[in-house]
Design a binder for this molecule. Structure first.
Ligand SMILES: Nc1ncnc2c1ncn2[C@@H]1O[C@H](COP(=O)(O)OP(=O)(O)OP(=O)(O)O)[C@@H](O)[C@H]1O
Ligand SMILES: [Mg+2]
Length: 474
């Protein structure tokens, strides 16, 4: 009976965990739920989880009641039998009345400890079942741990070298094949290529989330496997693809990187990340609560807070994984320039950038083009264009898209002008004409403007000059 009750309680604990998981999942992804009008579906999912918990709880409660009833019955019948036997023996003068009274008092004293033992056993059993999952988690061994004899990387110049690195998440599929590159201190290296090509994987290996299967990753000439994980991570700042913030104030989130920094240093980092003026414009300034996971900030604001936070960490190596994708290219390049300057030792930082918008990485010292986990091209922007390979065709197609947007914008502007002139001749329509603002055609052009052979062409510049969209800046 005890083992059946243990199984029932285990089912109830699992159902409780499932209910919590469904609840958290629905609440965290509330925007997705709204986008797909899936409220009733989520209600149904949660209702189902609650019902299965209630069913499990019912079984446990009934089980406990059954057990209490059986326990009480056994005890009562046991006492009754003993009393009857003792009464018969007293009647037959085999025992005295004194013996009968002693027996009754012994039985009364035995009842309390027996019941206590029963409830104590139940409590221990419940605690063990509740802790089973925790014990399972404790048994999981991290895949990347410090090997015996590894040393800490005390100072870092920021020299990164990868030699024939191979890595797979799953045995059947290799994520990175034979990757080699060298990033000198104070240089910028950009990784470009198709989605799923392995760009973020390179960053994950660099940050030691995984160990490479073959090859070597070195920082300042030391194999990262011979260095403590903690010391390597101290010298690397990461701004990930999706930034998550704590549901606290902006100041709390910024100082998370380095609690000892002064407010003035925080402001300085925010100026470098082009977000200071925006934060100051909020009603509560730096004390503004950012909401769950930073939900009350826009994508670009969140990205810039994450960049400012990384500046405060002051690492020698900074890795940006599409960290400025929500910003216009001018702000993006301005931030990159600020990031590279002034590491902890006064030298420039080494910057690794993943970007899809090629116009923002044309200035990089080297551009590495990844395709299906392999490096297919490597060089500067000009060298890669001259190669007329994949990078050149990516640049070409992005240029064409941008130029098409520019042409559409010009044509729309021209049409608007003609429309306004027509309405001037017919003033009754003037009010309607003014309602058609310029947003329509402005939105046709993204902030990134590519030239066919270089980062800036006269056409772009003229559009840049006419485009007044700008972000807060120091
Ligand atoms: N944790 C994981 N387990 C198994 N496979 C993974 C895991 N993370 C990534 N992959 C696979 O590894 C490959 C490379 O992924 P990665 O995230 O590096 O791509 P990416 O180049 O950064 O793409 P994107 O530009 O879309 O961010 C993909 O095919 C992906 O499906
Ligand atoms: Mg990625």
């Amino acid at each position: 009976m005890a083992s059946t009750r243990a199984d029932l309680r285990r089912d109830m604990v699992n159902a409780d965990r499932e209910e919590e998981a469904v609840k958290n999942d629905s609440i965290m992804s509330y925007e997705t739920v709204k986008y797909f009008n899936a409220e009733s579906y989520e209600f149904g999912r949660y209702r189902k989880a609650i019902r299965s918990f209630q069913a499990a709880e019912k079984k446990v409660t009934w089980g406990m009641n059954d057990m209490n009833i059986y326990q009480a019955l056994v005890f009562t019948f046991g006492i009754l039998t003993m009393l009857m036997i003792a009464a018969v023996e007293v009647t037959l003068n085999l025992r005295s009345i004194g013996d009968f009274v002693v027996m009754i008092s012994y039985l009364a004293q035995l009842q309390g400890p027996l019941q206590f033992f029963g409830s104590f056993y139940r409590t221990v059993q419940q605690a063990m079942i509740s802790g089973e999952r925790l014990l399972e988690l404790f048994k999981i061994k991290p895949s990347v741990v410090d090997q015996p004899g590894v040393v800490a990387l005390r100072e870092c110049r920021g020299h990164i070298r990868w030699t024939n690195v191979q890595f797979s998440y799953l045995q059947e599929r290799t994520a990175l094949h034979d990757i080699s590159f060298d990033c000198l201190p104070g240089t910028t290296t950009a990784f470009v290529g198709e989605s799923g090509g392995g760009k973020s994987t390179i960053f994950r290996l660099m940050f030691r989330y995984y160990n490479c299967a073959n090859g070597k990753i070195e920082i300042d000439g030391h194999d990262v496997k011979d260095l403590t994980i903690d010391s390597v991570r101290r010298h690397i700042g990461v701004v990930p693809q999706d930034t998550l913030l704590f549901n606290e104030t902006i100041m709390y989130n910024l100082k998370y990187a380095n609690p000892s920094v002064s407010d003035e240093e925080v402001y300085e980092a925010c100026r470098a990340a082009s977000i200071h003026d925006r934060i100051v414009s909020f009603a509560n300034g730096y004390n503004t609560k950012v909401g769950d996971r930073g939900a009350r900030l826009s994508g670009g604001e969140k990205q810039r807070v994450a960049i400012a936070r990384t500046i405060l960490k002051n690492p020698k190596i900074i890795m940006l994984d599409e960290a400025t994708s929500a910003l216009d290219s001018e702000t993006e390049q301005h931030i990159q320039a600020k990031l590279i300057r002034g590491g902890s030792l006064g030298q420039d930082r080494t910057l690794l950038i993943i970007a899809h918008r090629l116009s923002t990485i044309t200035h990089a010292d080297q551009i590495i083009v990844l395709h299906a986990g392999s490096v297919i091209e490597k060089g500067t922007h000009t060298e890669l264009l001259a190669l007329r390979g994949r990078y050149a065709s990516m640049w070409e197609s992005q240029s064409q898209a941008e130029q098409a947007a520019v042409a559409a914008r010009t044509a729309t502007a021209h049409a608007q002008k003609l429309l306004r002139m027509a309405h001037l001749q017919n003033p009754t329509h003037q009010a309607r004409a003014s309602e058609t603002n310029s947003e329509g055609y402005r939105s046709l052009t993204s902030s990134t403007l590519l030239g066919a052979a270089g980062p800036s062409t006269p056409l772009q510049e003229s559009i840049h000059n006419s485009d007044t969209s700008s972000d807060d800046d120091n």
